[in-house]
Design a protein around this ligand. Structure first.
Ligand code: SF4
Length: 333
């Protein structure tokens, strides 16, 4: 009998998988990808465990959940309960595809204030139609017996009864198992990061989440929202520029300083009519000849597969985009 391991790439789900592999249970790994993107070690940990890994997107349904979570948000804009229900619902379909007959997660009772309280776990399982079908090896002995334990597929005595936020037992077990990689505890969810609260809120309110692919842009660069909800992203460094260049293709337009160092400027669609004015304002302080006054600035613009060099003419001197404080006021964290 095979199980489906929900593998975030964090340490807990990897240990949960390893505990079952130790019992001779075959596993298939499943990593669910957030529309916001995240750096994770799912691939590495699947290799560490020696299990095949499937990837599936959480997709548009996740944006719907984010905009209007039935069970509300956690401490930032993280709709954890609804998110878990959605994840288990997707996993249920993947179980049918893969011929796996139960789900395994790395959840630890009480580790996360919102979604990992004991009572909440029951609610999540019920809402996802997975009661008794989700095995949580790290906390199993604190939870009611699952079907897999009752049927003797899994030996409950070899599972754990961990609770709380301490990471010590996890690290000790990883050491005992000889893990070569020790991933971070959380999966790097952007929605739990206070620094992204404003950006995510803008995304689900100002844009109404319509251009859903734009979600992948939120993680990179410095973001500005001007009065008419014009959205501008400035690359802070080469890494930002590279990531945004890859993602913006098909989603919007980018402008790059030509022949001098300065930030790349990205506009996710819908595009504002005054892009040139905004780009000029963003590049002007970095233009080597800016001390000579408002002179034309060379820039390269890229739109999908096409690109061309243009000379940006100075806007009117009263343009707010020439003022640093206008940019500072509209910076979104
Ligand atoms: S932390 Fe993020 S990925 Fe994890 S349950 Fe909450 S919203 Fe979902």
């Amino acid at each position: 009998m095979k199980g489906l391991l929900l593998l975030s790439g964090g340490l807990d789900s990897s240990l949960a998988g390893r505990l079952l592999l130790e019992q001779g249970i075959e596993l298939v790994g499943l990593h669910l990808e957030s529309p916001f993107g995240c750096e994770n070690t799912a691939e590495t940990m699947a290799a560490e465990l020696g299990v095949p890994l499937l990837r599936r997107p959480k997709g548009d349904a996740f944006i719907d959940v984010l905009k209007n979570p039935e069970f509300g948000y956690g401490s930032v804009v993280n709709p954890c309960i609804d998110c878990r229900i959605l994840m288990f619902t997707i996993a249920k379909k993947v179980m049918d595809e893969t011929g796996t007959s139960f789900l395994v997660t790395g959840e630890v009772v009480g580790q996360r204030p919102m979604s990992q309280k004991r009572d909440t776990l029951y609610v999540i399982d019920q809402e996802a139609g997975m009661e008794g079908e989700i095995l949580r090896p790290l906390s199993a002995r604190l939870l009611p017996e699952t079907r897999m334990e009752k049927e003797g597929i899994v030996d409950r005595k070899k599972l754990f009864g961990w609770a709380g936020r301490s990471r010590k037992p996890q690290l000790a077990l990883a050491k005992k198992f000889g893990f070569k990689t020790i991933p971070s505890p959380a999966g790097g969810c952007l929605l739990t990061d206070e620094h992204f609260r404003e950006r995510v809120t803008d995304f689900i309110t100002l844009d109404d989440g319509r251009s859903r692919e734009n979600a992948s842009l939120l993680r990179h660069g410095r973001h500005y929202r001007f009065e008419d909800s014009t959205w501008v992203i400035l690359g802070r460094n080469e890494k930002d520029n590279k990531a945004l260049d890859e993602k913006i293709s098909g989603l919007g337009v980018s402008f790059h300083p030509e022949g001098f160092n300065g930030p790349s400027v990205f506009f996710p669609a819908p595009l504002p009519p005054h892009m040139d004015e905004i780009v000029y304002g963003a590049l002007w302080p970095h233009f080597p000849e800016h001390e000579r006054g408002y002179t034309p600035i060379p820039a390269k613009t890229v739109w999908g597969e096409s690109n061309h060099i243009l000379s940006l003419e100075p806007p009117l001197e009263e343009s707010p985009f020439l003022r640093e404080d206008h940019w500072t006021t509209h910076l979104r964290h």
